[in-house]
Ligand binder design. Sequence first.
Ligand code: HEC
Ligand code: HEC
Ligand code: HEC
Ligand code: HEC
Ligand code: HEC
Length: 368
Amino acid sequence: MINKLPHIKAFLHIFGIAAIVIITAISPGCGLFQKMLTSMDMHPELVKRSEEFPGSHKCGDCHIDIYKEWSESTHSKSYINEEFRVATNNYEFEFCIRCHAPETVFLPLKKNIDDNTGISVTPSEKGEIAPRDYNLKDGVDCQGCHLTVDCEFSGPHSGISPHPIKQNEEFYKKSELCGTCHVDTFEEYLTYVGNGNDETCQDCHMPAVKRKLIQDEPWQKLHKKKEGKKHTFSSLSAIEKIKDFVELKFTEINNDNNQITGNVEIINTKVNHSIPTGKYGYREVMLLINFKDNLGRIIKSKQESMFVELNNQIKPGEKKIYNFVFDLDDKSGGHNELEAILLRTNFNRTDKTLFARVELQLDQLKID
Ligand code: HEC
Ligand code: HEC
Ligand code: HEC
Ligand code: HEC
Ligand code: HEC
């Protein structure tokens, strides 16, 4: 198969020359042939590491699906997002740019360059990435994760493409790549992997998909489907993939008709970093314990919040116990219910992502 590919390429070049003849002879405006010819050329401008880099939208001409997913991810907005603009005092703090608009994860801040080849010896570590000073609005863009210092695109596969490709499967499959910027989450992760849960950041945050890497016509016809990953980089895809990643339950409930007491237990069973995680931005995970009447109205409620900053986040495998005491009155007889909800929210409370919910009917309890 590999031997066949150069022949296909050669064939296409001959085909291209034939097409030039046909185009000049019959119809100068033939769009399809024109497109085939230009696509067959190498595109050196795609792999520049400077202002000449055409920007991620150009990658989207061919990698249509991946570009769309990335555009909808927060990575594509990591520079323009309002929170970042405000937090950097209108982009005044240069230190912050490196992870929010990186040159490439392969270019360390302290230049780790081999004198003979001029090539970076190791990928950047711990957020020590050189920042870009062009295409800033693209944030964490395609080049940030794929452009090598020697101006090729590296990725998990080999392939034939209009730009150079350097296969580097090992690096792209590993959490280290994400850890170059997600320094704290990666540190948490390193503490817990190996205990039977070896899923990588990519496994949970980039859903697996088998598809062609490009979707532009007619070139996609020449390419086979490959095992790849959606570029969603979201916690929602992780939540969908690993359902029941936290265990939530009521224990030691005691109901004496004047007062109801008990515990809510939370165990982070599957996520191998803390919940919540991350050093920057506002990330609050909230536990709501509600006591409801037989019409479903909330009569009493208790709220607990978990923040990385308060160091009360739920670490992998950890069990947290929150107790509650609700004093009862006349209104609270009958078919009452306890409910516990774990959700993530933001500063303005516009995001309410459900992590887990459990309920307990009180009339099913044995009251002594
Ligand atoms: C070059 C730096 C960099 C690299 C490499 C990187 N990220 Fe990010 N990531 C960021 C920044 C910056 C944000 C914050 C974006 C924002 O909200 O403005 C972020 C946000 C996220 C989020 C949060 C999304 C949300 O819903 O708020 C997830 C999940 C994520 N990245 C996963 C990954 C994964 C998985 C990898 C590895 C494949 C990765 N990241 C590699 C810089 C990076
Ligand atoms: C003119 C079309 C075209 C454009 C534009 C283009 N690519 Fe590609 N790219 C390809 C083709 C074709 C392949 C090989 C597909 C295959 O082998 O299935 C490829 C492969 C890749 C790979 C290797 C994937 C792997 O599996 O290892 C990466 C990474 C990549 N491109 C990144 C980019 C980036 C980043 C840009 C934008 C700067 C870009 N490409 C622009 C056509 C294009
Ligand atoms: C076993 C699956 C799993 C693995 C492995 C995993 N995550 Fe997560 N991640 C999740 C889940 C589920 C959430 C949602 C819960 C939360 O917000 O803490 C999440 C949340 C996040 C968030 C917060 C997103 C937000 O919107 O607030 C970031 C950032 C993140 N992960 C990055 C990473 C990085 C980087 C790695 C690798 C070092 C990684 N994750 C490994 C499952 C996983
Ligand atoms: C935060 C890092 C990051 C960013 C940003 C990013 N990629 Fe990727 N990309 C990856 C990783 C990791 C893989 C390998 C996933 C795997 O197969 O395990 C990958 C794989 C690929 C592949 C090979 C196919 C596949 O799904 O495995 C192509 C092509 C590609 N990326 C193109 C792009 C393009 C185009 C953009 C911009 C629109 C982009 N990438 C942005 C991290 C990134
Ligand atoms: C080492 C890489 C790195 C550096 C340096 C960095 N960030 Fe970030 N930033 C991230 C990552 C990764 C995220 C995603 C959430 C997390 O893991 O903390 C993020 C998220 C954010 C968010 C939240 C955006 C949102 O939509 O929720 C803000 C605000 C932010 N960073 C501001 C800053 C500021 C201000 C600085 C400079 C003082 C800075 N960052 C420097 C990596 C970095």
